[in-house]
Structure formats: structure tokens, C-alpha cells
Design a protein around this ligand. Sequence first.
Ligand SMILES: Cc1ncc(COP(=O)(O)O)c(C=O)c1O
Length: 381
Amino acid sequence: MTNLRHLEDRFQLDTYAKLPISVEKGQGCSVFDENGTEYLDLYGGHCVASTGHCHPKIVKAIQQQAAQLIFYSNATYNSVRGRALEKLAQFCEPARYKAFLANSGAEVNENAIKLARALTGKPTVISTQNSFHGRTYGSLSATGIEKYRAYLNTPVPHHTVLPVEEVVRAVNEETAAVLVEPIQSMSGVEEISIETLKEIEQVCRVKGAILIFDEIQTGVGRTGSFLFSQQLGISPDLTSLAKGIASGYPAAVLLVSESIAHQVKKGDLGSTFGGNPVACAAIHATLEILEEEDLISNAAVIGSYLKRKLRELSGVKEVRGRGLLLGISFQDYTAKEVQKHLIENRILAGTSNNPDILRLMPPLTLSHENADQFIQVLRKL
Ligand SMILES: Cc1ncc(COP(=O)(O)O)c(C=O)c1O
């Protein structure tokens, strides 16, 4: 296949730092470049390829739906949408939600913020330092990583970004919402303690603030339960899902707790492409695969295996995270240096905002053999 990288260099707005490879094909946990060279994908296309690349069931669901009906709006009913919503509700039990379907992570966070302000009639949205919530104006105003915030000339008013340990004290009668990324992935897989998250939930209940969990990376089974909140025993009012929810087909979901969902009226929220039939077919197929292949358990099992193996390696300083959302630091190397070594050995992994932390967010189909391959390559570092 011809190398066409120069076309992107010439015509794409220069806003993405790119790895020096062109990904042209995907299959399971592997991707292939234009020469057919195979790479083990521990980056998961940025935490997206939940069921692996081009799972045959996903491909078939998208192809069949595209042949049947590519698009019709939420102004009518559609049976594929109905089936996807029903299946999603099963995965979220015991909590009961209604879903708002959208297209991207930032879009659902934006709607979560808007909803919280509208439903409470209060102005302030509190979020945490080191969080990432997206690049739209509201979601970026809530983002706590300075590197991204710095581009905001004028943040949306009444966004307060605080160190996580100051959140509980700051919530008051003016607080519309607390927005939390429970494992802060982009900042280097920083876990917020369960105690702190529970205290935040408690203070939200007492002060009448809406608790929003951004589970765009932690959700869809990655941490060993469908929602990370399920293993914490926390019930957020709103939960954002995107990335892996449709195995790479663009889709996002805002889960709205039934206790507040009844306050939303017709016309309050909307999105032309949100909940389109092809996205819904991909969501439904993704959820079926999670079930049929027991991928949520696999994420927990392989995640623990990787942690144990990594901790046995002499050059590894720290391993953190849950399931298949892992951050690793090294005694003698930066994350970028390790990433380069991995690419030279045909493995893709992510870096993070912390120069020391390498990030893994692979497909949930990752096998013990895949994990061993990674460990072998790290041994050569
Ligand atoms: C935790 C989190 N929230 C929100 C977003 C924004 O999602 P999107 O890029 O789909 O708008 C991301 C994307 O990386 C994310 O990791």
C-alpha cells in the first residue's frame, strides 16, 4: 500500500502529535501498517477498541444496519435503538437509568453540565485538578489538566476546579454539580480513593448537588465491572460513557438516574446523530460481545496478571490502575522512551500528561499471551 502520510501532514490541521506509523487495518488486539507489519495494540486506539478491532460481530452489525437504514432521527421510533437501550439498562443494574444518546465524550459531558444546572437552578460546577473531560467549551472549562485548560481564553463562568481533597468542603447550596473522573486517566491513571469518592457522593446528597461520573475511560467493562461506580457502590446521578461503547463506531451515552430523569422535558436536550441506527447496532453488538465472551471478567483477570508480572520486573517503579486501565512508571526511562522501545518492537502503548507514566488501555479481549509478549519486550529495555 502506498505511504500517504504526507497528505495528512499537508492538509490536516496540525493539532495532533502523531506516532510514526500509519494504521491501515485492525484485527482483534492487533493493528497493521501499510506494509502489513503487525503491532500489538495496548493503546486500544485511545481506549476505544473495547471488543478488539473489527470484531466480526461488530462488522456484521454495522454492515447489516447500513444496508437497512443508515439514519433516521429521534423524531421517530426505531427498533434497533430500543434493543440497544434495553440491553444497556441491563448492564447498569441494579441502578436504574434512562439514556440520552449522543456522539462523543465531550458532547455527553456538555449535556451533563447543562442538565445539572438546569435541574438544580444553581450555577457552580465543581471538578477536580488533573481531570480530563473533553475539548468543547464547557467540558474544557471543567477539565483540570492545565496544559489543556491553558488554551481557554475565557473559561465558562462558575466552573471551579479544585484539588480532589478540597471538593467536599467546597460543595455548598450554590453547587449545581460535582463532575468527577474517578480514575484520572489522561493525567497518568491517578486513582481517587473510594473514601473520597463516597464522601463526595454524600455531600452532593446533603447539599442537593448532582453527582456526575465521567466514565468515558473507566466504563464499558474496562475496570472489571460495566461501570466503575458499580464496584464502588456509588450511584451517580449522571454517568458519561463514550469511547468503547460501540467498539469504535462514534457513539456516547449519558446515563440519567431515574430519580431525576422524570424532570427532563421534551426538547430539553437533543442531538441529530445521537442514537442513530448504525451506532445503536454497534452498541447492541458490543454489549452482546461483552456478555458472550465474558470480557468484563477478562479485563479484571488479565489486568491483575499484568500488574503482577510488571511488579516482578526490576526496572518497573510503579503500576497503578484497575483492570485494563493501567499506568506504569520506570526506574530509568520516561514514558516516551519506553513507548519508542515498544514501537520498535511492534507494540503500541499510550503516554499521558505525566511524562513518567506509560498508559495501557488495550482491547478487553487481551490474552495472557498478549500480556506475556509485552512483558518480554519490556525485559529487553
Ligand atoms: C475521561 C474523558 N472524558 C472525556 C473525553 C472526551 O471524549 P471525546 O474525545 O469523545 O469528546 C475523554 C477523551 O479522551 C476522556 O478520556
